[in-house]
Design a protein around this ligand. Sequence first.
Ligand SMILES: [Zn+2]
Length: 295
Amino acid sequence: MKLLSCGFKLFFLLVLLLLIEACATVPYTERSQFIMVSEGEEVALGTRAFEDVKKESSLSTDPALNAMIKRVGKRIATASGIEGYEWEFIIIEDEQVNAFALPGGKVAFYTGILPLCEDEAGMAVVMGHEVAHVIARHGAERVSQGRALAIGQAILSVALSSSSPVTQEVVGNAYGIGAKVGVVLPFSRSHESEADEIGLTIMARAGYDPATAVEFWKRMAKNSEGKSNMPELLSTHPGDKDRIEKLNALRAEADVEYDKALAEHPEYRRAPERIVMPPKKPVKNGTGKQKITEP
Ligand SMILES: [Zn+2]
């Protein structure tokens, strides 16, 4: 029987060792996580992907917006208390209502989300969420899940190699479906919830009013009403109502952090700066949405 072969036992032992080596803890929530990617590899993956994004995108050169995203990003990253990341905060000229974070401290906002942020505090809601994805190492966790699934499938194919092809297919399919629905989807949702939770705490620690978070997510939900292409920020989440309820439940603790930040930094008491969108660039040949119209 192949299951008992020496090679298989060695393989199984290696997998076990990998699993033992692969436990980490998420800061703030203290959730145990399974990570099979070294921090060096994680940062290299994120940095490389970010360089590609920057090459392929049109980056905003608006001085006020760039100054704001760097200021908000730095304040929140510093307030998180997690060191060792080479943070970068950029704005991409794109109508998508979205933002994203890559491992290693790389955060990008699309210009499409900025009007919904309304001001610096709204930007801080999204920034807190994105910085949270980074410090919670959600990217590395996703890569690790993929690797674990691949190992699982390899083990399964060895274990089933003497079974009939029909059994192999049925079990293989079940495994694949279970892996996708049971592991990947709820995990993404739990990552989103966790990013909301950590994000709320760190925005408050950075001196941004946590009350803004609920207002911002309400605006996001309203904006996506009736639209088929839901922004990624919302699509993996179990629902706006649930999200807002959870944020409200976390408000009391976040308010304590916010009051502490205001006491330590009186300069944070000033009203958040409004986001002023630069005029859209006119598109030549009349093919874009923006046309030059003569008075
Ligand atoms: Zn997210």
